[in-house]
Ligand binder design. Structure first.
Ligand SMILES: [Zn+2]
Length: 230
């Protein structure tokens, strides 16, 4: 279980970490942070830390507690290490960083849930998944390659596929009672979500944003839609 938090870095973030280039993603790329002690919040904060001199970024970072969306999913982030050509991973792929600290099995479970829901939202299968390695040859996500043969990657893709198949009707994966008619039309639910969104935009607190995400996903659930970023 995790909370999905939207906390975008500003366009003005140094080293061009959020270039603002439009992206129509065609794949999702998986990474490990390569930092055994950082949480999702630490990774998000590092993106805007003034002592960080790297031109590197990512869309979402996930740990055992939360997924933080740091760059809008329709904008470029620099995570694939393969330049900025039109077909590069950087220009065509959503980058997800999986943290290595804390309860890693729980983090991994969260990551497969998140990725399955993102694939479902887009009508994609697991053939849309990439490793950082696939773009640039970097040994990343490194914790999925501890055997030198990417056995962990195969397991992760299988876990995502299982969740995607088990949960084709949407919801949070427990499967119970989700074949009922929606109580609210998706159109009405989305109108309410947009209205709520406008109200919460004016609130600074992370608590409030989390609550908004939770409410929005409750509305999506009762209207038969998949959970989503806020
Ligand atoms: Zn990577």
């Amino acid at each position: 279980m995790y909370t999905y938090v939207v906390d975008h870095i500003p366009r003005s973030t140094k080293n061009n970490r959020r270039p603002g280039l439009a992206m129509n993603a065609t794949t999702i790329t998986i990474h490990n942070t390569a930092n055994p002690s950082s949480t999702a919040r630490n990774e998000r904060n590092w993106l805007t830390n003034t002592s960080n001199n790297a031109t590197a970024s990512f869309h979402i970072v996930i740990d055992q507690r939360e997924a933080i969306e740091c760059i809008p999913l329709n904008e470029v982030a620099w995570h694939a290490g393969d330049g900025s050509g039109a077909g590069s991973g950087n220009r065509t792929s959503i980058g997800i960083e999986i943290t290595e600290s804390g309860n890693y099995p729980a983090t991994l479970d969260n990551a497969s849930t998140l990725v399955a829901s993102m694939l479902r939202e887009r009508g994609w299968g697991t053939e849309r998944l990439r490793r950082h390695y696939d773009w640039s040859g970097k040994n990343c996500p490194r914790l999925m390659n501890t055997d030198g043969e990417w056995g962990g990657w195969e397991s992760f893709v299988t876990a995502v596929r299982t969740k995607l198949n088990a949960n084709a009707g949407g919801g949070d994966g427990d499967g119970g009672g989700e074949e009922e008619e929606p109580m609210l039309t998706p159109q009405d639910a989305n109108k309410i979500i947009r209205f709520l969104s406008a109200a919460y935009m004016t609130v600074e607190s992370e608590e409030a944003r989390k609550e908004f995400n939770r409410l929005a996903n409750e509305l999506r659930r009762v209207s038969g839609q998949d959970p989503q970023p806020g």
